[in-house]
Design a protein around this ligand. Structure first.
Ligand code: ADP
Length: 631
C-alpha cells in the first residue's frame, strides 16, 4: 500500500480549512449528508432502467456514533465509488473554482461557501483528525480510502460487503475553544439534521435510546435502542406555504444552491391546470462568482412528483432569467426523460413558459412594491435583462423593456422608461440619453450641458451594452431614443434659432476657416446651441455611429478597421474663447489653423478619445504659456 500526496492545490486548501478559525464547522454534516443523498439519487436513477442497481433495502442514510472510539459515521446505500473514483473525487480538487474559493476563504473566513465549490467533502477535516471512506459499487470490489488530511491518503482493497459508501470521521480532541465531542452527542446530531437536512427525501436514520414502559409493569420504564428517522422528508416545496418560515426557505436555499447569503427573493407557488406543478424559485442577493463566465451552470432542478429527475434543466427559463435558482416539481413530466427529449418535449415547453411568466410577474411586483429591493436586484442582474432585450434580434424586448432601469439626470436615481415617458416635457419629441463610463463623467459632458440646464431629463447609460439595447429597441411607447451627444439634439426656441442664424451669418468666414483647418477630421465646425460654460465640444453626425460606439468598436479585435463616428466640432458663441477666435481671425488669420487644432484636440480629450500627438499638444500648451507670460 503506497501513500499518495494530495495535489498541491488540494493540500493548500486543506491547510487553509484546517488551520483557520471557523464559526460554522457544523455544516460538514450537511455536506456529507447531501453527498450521500446525491449518491442515492444516482443509484435510484440507474435502477429505473437497470435492475442490477435495485437495492433490496430501502435507500437511506445511516448515522452512527461511537463515543469510545470518538467516531461519527455517515453511511449510504447509494452508487458507491471504486478505486479510481476515490482517487479522482477525494484525492484531488479538480474543480475549476478552487483558486477562487481559496481567495474567498482567505478574505472572508466564511466557510459556508464550501458547497459552492465542490469541495464539501473536505469540510469534514474541520472536525476530524482522520477520515476513512469505505465504498463499493454494484458488481465491483470494495475499497478503502484513508487520510489524516495532512500527509496524503491511501487507497486499498476493503471489506465492505454492501453496495454504497460509509464515511467514518475520527473526531478531534476537544480544545479550550472547540468542543468537537458535540458531534458525538446524538441530540446535537438530531438538531443538526433537522436544521440543515430535514427536506432530504431519503430517511436519515440513527439508533437512539428510548424509554418505554416495562413489560408486565405499570409504572416501571426501560430504555431500549430503536432506529429513528430524524428528518421529516417532506420536501419543503410540497409543504403548505403558511407552515414555512423564512428561515426554512433560506436555509434550504443556502444548502441546495450553494450560496452563503440569504436569497433576495423567494417565489414559491403551486399551479393546477393545463400544466400542474409546484415551483420553489430564488433570486440570489449577490452575483454568483462565475455568473458572467462560461463556467456558470444555469438551470432549475426538475422533479416529478417529488422525485429528483435532473439538475440544471436549462429549458425551463430563457437565458435572460438564468440567475434564477430553484426547482420545479411537475406532476406530468415523465420520469426517465432524457436530455435530448427535453428540448422537444411540448409539456416541458408549456412548463417553461409558465415558470417564465411567474418570474417576470414576481419582478414586476418587486419593482412596484419594493423599489429598493428591485434596485438591488437590478444592480446584480440588470445586465442579463438588457442582454435579453438585445439578444435574438430584439425578440424579447417588449417582454423586458419595462423591467429596465436607467440613471436619470433629474431624479438622480434609477428610473423606468415608463416613468420617463410619463413626465416628458410638453413638445419633447424624443427620449434623451447620453453614454459614458460613469454617471459623474456623463454629467460633465459639455454636449449635454444646455439640455440639462433647460431641465430636460437625460438617461445616463454607463454599461457597454446600453447603446446596443437602445439601438435594438429604437423606441419606447411611440417615442424614439435620441442620443443627446449626437447632432440632432438641439432644443432651442424660435428666438434662439434666429439668434443663432444671425451668428452663423456674421461668423461665416471664421467657421469656414476652422472647418478647412480640420478637414478630414471633422465634417463641419459650427456654432453650438448646446454649450453653456465650455468653449467647444464634439458631437457625432446623426447619420453615423455615436462617439461612444466608436470608442467601443475600436477596443474590439480588428478595432483599427472599425467604423468611426462622423464628428462635428461645435463652438460656444457665448464663451470668451469665441471672442479670441474672432479677434485672431481679424488680426492674425495665419493663427486660425493652430487654434482650431488646439480646440479640436481639447474636445477629443473631453470626450475621452486619445489625442493624435500628445507630445506635440503639450509642446504647444507650453508655447502658449510662454507667450502669455511674455517670455
Ligand atoms: P461535490 O459533492 O460538490 O462534487 P465533494 O468534495 O463533496 O464535492 O465530493 C466530491 C465527489 O465525491 C462528489 O462529486 C461525488 O462524486 C463523490 N462522493 C462524495 N461522497 C460520496 C458518496 N457518499 N457516495 C458516492 N460518491 C460520493
Amino acid at each position: 500500500m503506497s501513500k499518495k500526496q494530495f495535489k498541491t492545490e488540494s493540500k493548500k486548501l486543506l491547510d487553509l480549512m484546517i488551520n483557520s478559525i471557523y464559526t460554522n464547522r457544523e455544516i460538514f454534516l450537511r455536506e456529507l449528508i447531501s453527498n450521500a443523498s446525491d449518491a442515492l439519487d444516482k443509484r435510484h436513477f440507474l435502477s429505473l432502467t437497470d435492475s442490477a442497481y435495485t437495492s433490496s433495502n430501502p435507500l437511506s442514510i445511516q448515522l452512527e456514533v461511537d463515543r469510545d472510539a470518538r467516531t461519527l459515521s455517515i453511511e449510504d446505500n447509494g452508487i458507491g465509488m471504486n478505486a479510481e473514483e476515490l482517487e479522482k473525487n477525494l484525492g484531488t480538487i479538480a474543480h475549476s473554482g478552487t483558486s477562487e474559493f481559496r481567495q474567498q476563504l482567505e478574505n472572508s473566513k466564511e466557510v459556508d461557501i464550501i458547497g459552492q465549490f465542490g469541495v464539501g467533502f473536505y469540510s469534514a477535516f474541520m472536525v476530524a483528525d482522520s477520515i476513512t471512506v469505505e465504498s463499493r459499487k454494484v458488481g465491483e470490489d470494495a475499497y478503502r480510502w484513508h487520510s489524516d488530511g495532512q500527509s496524503g491518503y491511501t487507497i486499498e482493497p476493503g471489506e465492505r460487503q454492501a453496495v454504497g459508501t460509509k464515511i467514518t470521521l475520527k473526531l478531534r480532541e476537544d480544545t479550550d475553544e472547540v468542543r468537537y465531542s458535540e458531534y458525538l452527542d446524538k441530540y446535537s446530531i438530531e438538531q443538526l439534521v433537522r436544521k440543515y437536512s430535514d427536506y432530504i427525501r431519503y430517511p436519515i436514520q440513527m439508533m437512539v435510546e428510548k424509554s418505554v414502559p416495562k413489560e408486565g409493569s405499570d409504572d416501571e420504564h426501560e430504555t431500549i435502542e430503536t432506529l429513528k428517522t430524524l428528518n421529516t422528508m417532506v420536501p419543503l416545496w410540497r409543504r403548505n406555504k403558511k407552515d414555512i418560515k423564512d428561515e426554512d426557505y433560506n436555509s434550504f436555499y443556502k444548502s441546495q444552491f450553494y450560496d452563503y447569503e440569504d436569497p433576495l427573493e423567494v417565489i414559491h407557488y403551486s399551479l393546477e391546470g393545463n400544466v400542474s406543478y409546484k415551483a420553489l424559485l430564488y433570486i440570489p442577493s449577490r452575483i454568483p462568482y462565475n455568473y458572467y463566465s462560461r463556467d456558470y451552470e444555469a438551470g432549475l432542478q426538475l422533479y416529478s412528483k417529488g422525485v429528483f429527475i435532473m439538475d440544471r434543466c436549462k429549458e425551463l427559463l430563457p437565458d435572460y432569467f438564468h440567475f434564477v435558482k430553484g426547482l420545479v416539481d411537475s406532476d406530468d413530466v415523465s420520469l426517465n426523460i432524457s436530455r435530448e427529449m427535453l428540448q422537444k418535449d411540448s409539456q416541458l415547453q408549456e412548463l417553461g413558459k409558465s415558470v417564465t411568466k411567474r418570474v417576470k410577474s414576481a419582478l414586476v411586483n418587486m419593482l412596484i412594491k419594493e423599489r429598493e429591493k428591485y434596485e438591488k436586484f437590478y444592480k446584480n442582474f440588470g445586465y442579463s435583462l438588457k442582454y435579453g432585450c438585445y439578444q435574438d434580434y430584439g425578440m424579447h424586448k417588449d417582454e423586458l423593456q419595462d423591467l429596465l432601469l436607467f440613471y436619470s439626470s433629474n431624479e438622480d436615481k434609477y428610473v423606468t422608461l415608463k416613468e420617463y415617458r410619463e413626465r416628458m416635457k410638453d413638445g419633447q419629441k424624443d427620449i434623451y440619453y447620453a453614454t459614458g463610463s460613469s454617471v459623474e463623467q456623463i454629467r460633465k459632458l459639455p454636449a449635454i450641458e444646455k439640455l440639462l440646464d433647460k431641465g430636460y431629463e437625460v438617461l445616463f447609460m454607463t454599461d457597454d451594452i446600453d447603446e446596443f439595447v437602445i439601438m435594438m429597441m429604437r423606441e419606447y411607447d411611440g417615442k424614439s431614443f435620441q442620443n443627446a451627444q449626437q447632432a440632432d439634439t438641439e432644443v432651442e426656441t424660435e428666438e434662439e434659432k434666429q439668434a443663432k442664424e444671425e451668428l452663423v451669418k456674421n461668423n461665416e468666414d471664421l467657421l469656414k476657416a476652422m472647418g478647412k483647418a480640420l478637414e478630414g477630421r471633422v465634417r463641419e465646425v459650427r456654432i453650438s446651441s448646446r454649450l453653456k460654460s465650455h468653449p467647444v465640444c464634439l458631437v457625432a453626425a446623426s447619420d453615423g455611429i455615436s462617439l461612444d460606439m466608436e470608442k467601443y468598436l475600436s477596443k474590439m479585435p480588428e478595432g483599427n478597421a472599425a467604423p468611426k463616428a462622423t464628428k462635428i466640432l461645435e463652438i460656444n458663441p457665448d464663451h470668451d474663447i469665441f471672442k479670441v477666435l474672432q479677434k485672431v481671425e481679424k488680426d492674425a488669420p495665419e493663427k486660425v489653423d493652430e487654434y482650431a487644432d488646439l480646440l479640436y484636440q481639447q474636445a477629443l480629450l473631453i470626450e475621452g478619445f486619445n489625442i493624435e500627438d500628445p507630445v506635440e499638444f503639450s509642446n504647444r500648451i507650453c508655447d502658449l504659456m510662454k507667450q502669455a507670460s511674455g517670455e
